[in-house]
Write a protein that binds this ligand. Structure first.
Ligand code: ARG
Length: 282
């Protein structure tokens, strides 16, 4: 089975944690008196970049800005599908200035950026499956933003309600194993599939996910608390927190290859691998 999993090269956008810190609390993981080891954070982040590059992925880097300690969480600044950029409008006033710094990067790279009218935290809450945009709401991104996203991209947006404050962004409760694509002969390609923690969602949203993804891999609360759902998959490798051991083993049984990357320092801010990674889909 393992041999049928085909990786696809990705282009990622990241931001170095030079100014990373926990200075305010906007999710239950954050405690402003917790000491962050910035050197360790930088080493852990470098290991993530190394893991991506050594698996054939392209990594672009945004220059960090002093005074924006959460800017390292690149996922929140936009969602890019079909080479079109839907920017961000953060819920927390502390994070609002991040958007324009990412916009500067996108403009220099030749992209126009659409400004959301309503609170929208990029890939934190908008997960492209290859067919749909799964869209989280409840803590950050609003339903109005979901409508805006659908109008902008013309792809179906599936609104999902998050109910557990520890999983305040959709990308802490769900990730895409593979966007679904055909193999060389049109047969052996990967099927679109996801992994998620059902209890992070309202009953109705859970039912929607069960209908759309009857073969999804279901995660436990322990997997989710270990940030195991904040993973990045290229269709074969899954870059995943080593603390999410049980989930990694199960993904192995499904033919995926777990690549452990420890971002423990970033957990103090409520972030992990996916939070530090935005994908640019051309
Ligand atoms: N401290 C940040 C916040 O609460 C963490 C963001 C994590 N990003 C993510 N994509 N889940 O906004």
């Amino acid at each position: 089975m393992t041999d049928t999993r085909v990786p696809r090269r990705r282009r990622f956008l990241v931001c170095e944690p030079r100014h990373f810190a926990v200075q305010y609390a906007i999710n239950p993981w954050m405690h402003p008196d917790a000491r962050v080891d910035v050197d360790l954070a930088r080493e852990q982040w470098q290991a993530l970049i190394h893991a991506y590059r050594s698996h054939g992925h392209t990594v672009d880097i945004v220059e960090p800005v002093p005074g924006l300690p959460d800017m390292v969480f690149a996922a929140n600044s936009a969602v890019v599908v079909d080479g079109r950029v839907f920017g961000s409008l953060f819920h927390a006033p502390e994070r609002r200035p991040e958007s324009r710094h990412y916009e500067t990067w996108f403009k220099a790279a030749g992209y126009d950026v659409h400004h959301p009218e309503s609170v929208c935290e990029g890939e934190g809450d908008l997960v492209w499956t290859g067919r749909y945009l799964l869209a989280g709401t409840g803590f950050r991104t609003t339903r109005e933003a979901h409508r805006e996203v659908q109008e902008f991209f013309g792809h179906p947006v599936i609104s999902l309600t998050l109910v557990d404050p520890y999983f305040y962004h959709l990308d802490t409760a769900l990730f895409v194993l593979d966007g679904g694509h055909e193999g060389k002969d049109g047969k052996d390609g990967n099927k679109e599939n996801i992994v998620y923690y059902p209890e992070a969602f309202s009953p109705g949203s859970r039912a929607v996910l069960a209908r759309l993804y009857p073969n999804a891999v279901l995660a436990t609360r322990d997997d989710a608390m270990a940030f195991g759902l904040n993973s990045v998959s290229d269709g074969r490798h899954v870059f995943i927190a080593p603390q999410a051991e049980a989930l990694a083993a199960r993904l192995g049984d499904h033919g995926y290859v777990p690549v452990p990357v420890d971002l423990s320092e970033f957990r103090k801010a409520g972030g992990g691998i996916k939070c530090c990674t935005q994908e640019i889909r051309s």
